[in-house]
Design a protein around this ligand. Structure first.
Ligand code: F6P
Length: 332
């Protein structure tokens, strides 16, 4: 039996091991709060009072505060960026790492007792000034030195990549430790399962409509086989399912909200999940480019996402190429 601590000792540098340990410790606290649910006063909107007349805090706020406090106290951490905060938080001057996180992905699932999770990405800090700034974070996903997620579902799990494959851990409530359950998670290149919010169909670009039309047509269409849909509406759960049994996940470019290229965030969701998926043998694109090659322009940048089984990701990209789609959704 290998614990997370043992795994990190033999697979990670000291700063990375320390940072992942800090994230794991915070994840255990978040998991405990989630397990208590309504009894911990975490349901409902922030600003409400619970039955005891105590002020309720939304768990995404609590999770954010927990992670931010723990990471900024870690001497290896030079700066932290959270999906929940407008500005980045500079941390320790001598730190060598930057961490971005989505403290509670899928947080609307909390009130209905469904899966949520914490997504994280670790980047190197190339000292440019006295303390870390937003510009230091704007590195392509290919620069990540570690990434993964803690998923709080029927059990709590950690999927972790340090750039050499993906390891999966399961949290043991008895020993309060993460235990390695698979040190080489791989996903199949082909699949018959796809995840997309099809209610956005009318806002998609033509190649995405063409792709989904092909899947819906099943064995009567160009793909010559039947496909099945799954959509949890929490990226963390959809990606976890893909790691476990394959599939393709999409939140593509849409015109629903003018000026937004997609819904998901590059630095908190798309890059870390792309790193995990690629390291498990899958692929990831925004439709035009490999996601991890995109040079970020803004810490909260949004991006279209198609990731998972290689064959499907390549198929989607080929349709975009054929249609001459550019990165901003325009035609060439
Ligand atoms: O971060 C946004 C998010 O909650 C993802 O986790 C999820 O995949 C997506 O939004 C769900 O979006 P929608 O509600 O449009 O289906």
């Amino acid at each position: 039996m290998t614990t997370l601590a043992q795994y990190l000792e033999s697979h990670a540098t000291k700063p990375i091991a320390s940072t992942i340990t800090t994230l794991a410790t915070a994840s255990v606290s978040i998991s405990h709060l989630l397990a208590k649910g309504a009894l911990a006063g975490i349901h409902g909107e922030a600003g409400n009072e619970n039955i005891q007349g105590e002020a309720q805090k939304k768990l995404d706020v609590i999770s954010n505060d927990l992670l931010l406090g723990a990471l900024t106290a870690n001497p290896h951490c030079a700066g932290v960026a959270s999906e929940e905060l407008d500005e980045i938080s500079p941390a320790n001057r001598d730190g060598t790492l930057l961490v971005t996180f989505d403290p509670l992905d899928g947080s609307s699932n909390i009130d209905i007792n469904m899966t949520v999770g914490t997504i994280f990405s670790v980047l190197p800090y190339h000292r440019t000034g006295d303390t870390a700034t937003e510009a230091d974070f704007l590195q392509a996903g290919s620069q990540q030195v570690a990434a993964g997620y803690f998923i709080y579902g029927t059990s709590t799990m950690l999927a972790l990549t340090l750039g050499k494959g993906v390891a999966m851990f399961s949290f043991d409530p008895n020993t309060q430790t993460y235990i390695l359950i698979n040190d080489n998670v791989t996903i199949s290149e082909s699949t018959a399962e796809y995840a997309i919010n099809a209610s956005n169909y009318r806002y998609w670009l033509a190649p995405m409509k063409e792709y989904i039309d092909g899947l819906v047509a099943g064995d009567t269409g160009v793909r010559n086989k039947d496909y099945n849909t799954r959509w949890v509406a929490a990226m963390i759960a959809d990606v976890h399912r893909i790691l476990i049994r394959g599939g393709v996940f999409m939140y593509p470019f849409d015109t629903k909200i003018a000026g937004k290229a997609g819904k998901l965030r590059l630095m908190y969701e798309a890059n870390p999940m792309s790193f995990v998926i690629e390291q498990a043998g899958g692929a990831s694109t925004d439709g035009v480019k490999r996601i991890m090659d995109i040079a970020p322009t803004h810490i909260h940048q949004r991006i279209p996402v198609v990731l998972g089984a290689k064959e499907e990701v390549a198929f989607v990209k080929a349709l975009h190429d054929k249609a001459g789609i550019l990165a901003n959704g325009d035609k060439a």
